[in-house]
Each structure stands twice: as C-alpha cells, then as structure tokens.
Design a protein around this ligand. Structure first.
Ligand code: CA
Ligand code: CA
Length: 328
C-alpha cells in the first residue's frame, strides 16, 4: 500500500518533501524550499521506465519537463524549447557477442536511448542483414516498433535492440556498423563459436563432394529453410550415391545432421560413415530426425550413401540430408 507524508512546513522552515512509500522506503515525489523561496515545487529527476503503469508521470530531464505517454517519455519543450531541439543522444553501446551459434539470428542487449528532447533518426547497416526494434521497457515486453531495418525515429527514454544473423562459419565475426541514432553511432560484433554449418540454403553442395549416382539440392521438402540435399539414384538397381565431407577439426566436436529416407525397407538404405566406418543406417519410410556423433580433433571424412540392392524400389526411393553442423 502506498502512503504519503510531509516533512518541512512553517514550524520547520527549509526544505520540504511529499514522500511516498514505494513498499520499502520513502521517496520524494515533490520538493520545495520555504527558506529560500526559490523553489516552490520541483519534479525530480526520474530514471523510471515509462510503461503503461507510469503513463501520466512527469519528470525533469535534459533541461525539460517530460511526461510519460504511450510513446515513452515525451518532452514538453519541443523544438526551440529549453533543450533547443536536441536530437543527439548520450553515448550508447551494445555488448559484443562471442561463441554465437552458427547461422542464427542473434539479438543484442537492450539499450535505453536518452539525452534527447526531439525524436532522432535511427539507421542500421552492416553484415548479416541487421535489424532493430524499439521498445517501451528494458525487457522489450512492450514493442513500439517491430523488427525491421528501414529508417525510423526513436524518442527519449525508448529502448533499442538490434539483431543480425551470425556467420555459417566457425570463429567468424560479423559487424553491425554503424547503428546511428541522431549523430551518435555504435558498433556491434557477433563472433561464432568454432564449428561448421551446412544448410544448403545457397542451393549448392558447396564444401561437399559427390560420387556414384551423386546428390543434388532441391527447394522442396527441406527440414530447415528452403533447400535440402537429396540423393540422385532413384530407380537405379545396384547403385550407390555418395555425399562426402572432409574437415580438419581444431577440437573434438559433435556432428549433428537431420536425415529422412523413403526406401524399400528390407534392402535400400541410407548409410552414414565416419572415416569409412558405418555409424548408422536407415530404411523404409522415416520422418526427419536428428543424428549426432562425437569425433576427435583432426581430419575426418563423413560420408552419406544411399545404397540400393539389385531389385525393387519403394516409396520415393530417396534419402535427404539437411542442416549438418559441427560444434565443440
Ligand atoms: Ca536447409
Ligand atoms: Ca531395392
């Protein structure tokens, strides 16, 4: 329960307050000084988040009185007022990220922009198709403008969060540079963990080699994104399609991939090998499923083979592989 009380007054001239209990301690909401007479009332500086519960509150900030509206802290000075149309915010920064997952949308920390009394332009550029969103609170539970990259404006006390897609390659840095608000800018870097990611979204088997009946990439039926690798020897008796990947790993890692098969259950198999040793085989009709194996540091060859016996085809007579990743 909130309560109010007053200190100061004719019997005790000087500084006075109207206090409100915030549940733990008394805090001044109005201040004056009857001794000097110079300050009859003061609206204090206030760093409280302007959210739905705070609408209507007023505060002193940046040489102006601001009111908490549905759009955040809004200056009552306007252009040419006490703040002289200040759209240069205080310096801001985003915390660089390391060890990011590969090929993933990575969000930044959420930063409050303050020190302006007129809206500032927001611009973003850099690697990985970066975007930003504007929020009304430090947790972005209330989003004022959703993810995008087009020019917009931010008001004093609003929050900004940025994101970019990390590289698909290990230990690779992408830089969002610059994020510009008014005339102030900040860089942000996202560096991936050591590892590899192959999602076939560039519509190629780049990084792999093929043998036998071969493998291809198709834009249908993928586990992840649009494209998936697919075997190419359907209907060919006594045939093998090999998909090979050779990597030199700097550390022990886990290889994970998603596979699916539609084949003659008895006799036509998707088989997976590490350095020539079979580690898994699947046939019949299966849904997409993850497969994971650990491997030591050093050079390894991974091979996916769709192998058909001498007669009969069933289902699509096909194997699919998507989203191959290796990470420590
Ligand atoms: Ca894919
Ligand atoms: Ca067969």
């Amino acid at each position: 329960m909130h309560q109010t009380r007053q200190v100061g007054g004719p019997e005790t001239p000087g500084e006075g307050h109207v206090l409100v209990c915030n549940g733990t301690q008394w805090e001044p909401v109005l201040q004056w000084d009857t001794a000097t007479g110079r300050t009859l009332m003061r609206i204090a500086e206030d760093s409280t988040t302007c959210d739905a519960d705070y609408i209507g509150a007023m505060r002193y900030a940046d040489d102006c009185i601001e009111v908490c509206s549905a759009d955040g802290w809004a200056s009552l000075c306007g252009t040419g007022g006490g703040g002289s149309g200040d759209n240069t915010p205080n310096a801001f920064d985003f915390t660089d990220v390391t060890g990011a997952a590969l090929g993933t949308a990575i969000p930044s920390n959420i930063v409050m922009i303050y020190g302006i009394n007129t809206p500032s332009d927001v611009l973003i550029g850099g690697d990985g198709s970066p975007e930003y969103r504007l929020c009304s609170d430090s947790g972005c539970s209330t989003v004022a403008q959703n993810w995008g990259s087009t020019l917009s404006t931010i008001t004093n006390g609003q929050y900004i969060q940025i994101r970019t897609t990390s590289s698909s390659y290990g230990l690779t840095t992408r830089t969002v540079n610059p994020v510009v608000i008014g005339t102030v800018s900040a860089n942000w870097t996202v560096t991936t963990l050591d590892g590899y990611r192959y999602d076939f979204e560039n519509n190629s088997l780049s990084g792999f080699s093929v043998a036998g009946g071969g493998w291809g990439v198709v834009p249908t039926g993928a586990f992840e994104g649009t494209y998936t690798a697919i075997s190419s020897n359907a209907g060919q008796q006594n045939s093998t399609s090999d998909l090979n990947l050779t990597l030199t790993l700097s550390a022990p890692m886990t290889i994970t991939f998603y596979s699916k098969v539609s084949s003659e259950a008895c006799c036509d198999f998707l088989r997976f090998y590490i350095d020539g040793t079979q580690r898994g085989s699947w046939s019949g009709n299966s849904a997409w499923a993850p497969r994971s194996y650990t491997v030591t540091a050093g050079t390894h060859t991974f091979k996916w083979s769709y192998i058909k016996d001498g007669s009969s085809n069933s289902g699509s007579d096909t194997a699919w592989i998507d989203l191959v990743t290796l990470a420590p």
